[in-house]
Design a protein around this ligand. Sequence first.
Ligand SMILES: Nc1ncnc2c1ncn2[C@@H]1O[C@H](COP(=O)(O)OP(=O)(O)OP(=O)(O)O)[C@@H](O)[C@H]1O
Length: 439
Amino acid sequence: MASHAASLPHVFLQPEMPFLPTLFMTYIGTLLVSVNPYQELGIYTVSQMELYQGVNFFELPPHVYAIADNAYRMMCSELNNHFILISGESGAGKTEASKKILQYFAVTCPMTQSLQIARDRLLLSNPVLEAFGNARTLRNDNSSRFGKYMDIQFDFQGIPVGGHIISYLIEKSRVVYQNQGERNFHIFYQLLAGGEEERLAFLGLERDPQLYKYLSQGHCAKESSINDKNDWKTVSSAFSVIDFTEADLENLFGIIASVLHLGNICFEEDDQGCATIPDTHEIKWIAKLLGVHPAVLLEALTHRKIEAKTEEDFTRKTVIGLLDIYGFEVFDKNGFEQFCINYCNEKLQQLLIERTLKAEQAEYEMEGIEWEPIKYFNNKIICDLVEERHKGIISILDEECIRPGPATDLSFLEKLEEKVGTHAHFETLVPVCSFADIH
Ligand SMILES: Nc1ncnc2c1ncn2[C@@H]1O[C@H](COP(=O)(O)OP(=O)(O)OP(=O)(O)O)[C@@H](O)[C@H]1O
């Protein structure tokens, strides 16, 4: 109903906190707009869940539970798939909201004894995913550095029978580089802070994160707001619920430890300008943990393989060539990842415009309700710039990748300037030099 969309933000009064109005949630149509309150407000309790269960969407003040309940009931009555899309800038509260929704289903859906295992797995996969995919950033101490797609499957009676969690676009570059004030993924610090003595000894690791280059670049390895030791306990017990065996864990932490050892390798330049690794201490650990021969590993790190049609040629890596692996390539990829993330957000904005602004305004017109048109920027022009067939940035990139001859950042940039340079929303910073020029 259109009238609901025009309603003012609801003042959500808690009986036990009479003067604490939570003006942080409101609706636009059936879309919930939520501002991060950054404080525990006691509104995520079992009694609140019961309150929202089976109640008409607009009868109670806006809540993430109303969204969850509405989706569930619509699914049961229409017998089709429903999705809840959570979007917002970093630190907006998306992860917390998704956890609240999962908890809501876990508590309110009909459950059989045997299905409790599936439920626990779904809930406990979160701490593990967060350990490997979340990190402290300047905006959020527990920032998800990956996209998450979760689905819960229900049977015809509305009983949850299973689910999937798919993660995508993880920010890999964070493993080797962190900005000032930021950390690597939590798991590295958790392992050092909480890992058992024998495990650390087996992995060749020390407790102090400052000893590892990949953990200390941001100068905030130890952060008072994060309790790595406690979090390790949660993650460890979650591992057993989601069926990780001791052998799985050995392999997993072997890889984690190898990354830390890899970061501490010191490359030097010999007389011919080639890279060498004089101190092979770390090499020995990595070789042991990954199950490879140290000499093979050493060669892989100091030589590069060029495949020229049928011939394979091994040349010594120059120090600048190594930068390619540990620095430049990473920045380069990071730029593309960011481009994909930005494009995804532009598409979500389109969805929002279609589902809320346009749909609501069309409904007002249909019902003859007087209203003042709200001006908004329609970002379709930006989506077109990226995705238009034969003309958009993705098509140009595609063309640049398959055409004969060397394709570099600079040649791609020139193509962009030529094809979309005059577009009102296209802007570039001309690089001082291209990465390709460095090689
Ligand atoms: N509903 C809430 N009530 C109280 N505190 C909250 C709520 N939502 C979020 N917070 C606080 O804000 C922090 C950041 O929220 P969250 O991690 O959910 O953001 P996000 O949108 O997932 O960020 P990112 O995109 O960086 O992963 C949380 O760690 C928590 O301290």
